[in-house]
Design a protein around this ligand. Sequence first.
Ligand code: NAI
Length: 250
Amino acid sequence: MYDLTSKVALVTGAASGIGLATARRFAAAGAAVILVDRNADGLAAAVESLGDGRHRGVTMDVTDEAAWAKLADEIDRDAGRLDILVNNAGFGVFRSIADTTLDHWRAIMAVNLDSVFLATKHLLPLLARSGNSAIVNMSSIRGIAAAANTGSYCAAKGAVRMFTKATALECAALGNGVRANSIHPGHIATPLSAGVHADPAIAARLLADIPVGRVGTPEEIADAILFLASDASKYMTGAELVVDGGSTAQ
Ligand code: NAI
C-alpha cells in the first residue's frame, strides 16, 4: 500500500528538514524523486545522499512562475509523468503585527502560499494524466490554531489549508484522479526551528505545549506524507492531517 514503485514524485524544500526526510522516504518506497530547492549546495548533497541515479535535483525559487512552467515542460519531456507533488518549501519567523512590513508579509505569502498555487497550476495537467495521483501541501498547526506574533505565517498556512480543499473539490469534480490533502505538523526539530529550540526559555514553553513531552522528528512527518502520497490513503481528499504530539487536541 505504501509502495511507490514506478511513480515519479516531486518534493519542494527537499534540501533540508522535512522535505529531505520525505525525499528519502519516497526513494526508499521506490519512487523516482525530483528534489526542488533554492539551496544548490544542499540540494546536491541531498541528491547524492539518496545514492542512486533515478533521482534529480532542480535548483529554483518556488515563487518563480517561469521556473515552474519550464520545469513542467522538462518533466513531461524527460520522465513523461508525475504522480506525487509535495509542496513543502516554506518558512516563518516570530514577528508582531507592528513589526511586520508589507514586504515581509508578501515574502511569507510568496514562499508558503503563492508557491503552492504555482506548482499546482503548472503541474496539474501532468498529475491528471497519471490518473491516480496525490498532492500533499505543507500547512502547520498554525494553519488551524493561531499563536501570537505569527500573523503572516498563520495567514499563509491557513490559506494553504483552504486552497488544498478547493483543489481537492475541483479535481473530484473533474474526475481526474488527483487527490489533495494538507498536512499540519506541530513542533518539529529541523534547521528552520533550531533557533527557536536552542533558546531554553522558548524551548521550555514549547515543550509545555506538547502533551507527549517532546518535539517531533522530520521522519515522523515524512511517514505521514508517505501515507497521504500513497494508495494507503486513496479515499482521502480535501482532508487535513494533524501530526503534532497532541498539541492541538488540548
Ligand atoms: P527547513 O528550513 O529545514 O527546510 C526548508 C527548505 O525549503 C530549505 O531547504 C530551503 O532552502 C527551502 N526553501 C525555502 N524557501 C524556498 C524557496 N523560495 N524556493 C525554494 N526552496 C526554498 O524547514 P522545515 O522545518 O523542514 O520546514 C518545511 C516546511 O514545514 C515549511 O513549509 C514549514 O513552514 C513547515 N512546518 C515546519 C514545522 C517545524 O516545526 N519545523 C512545523 C510546521 C510546519
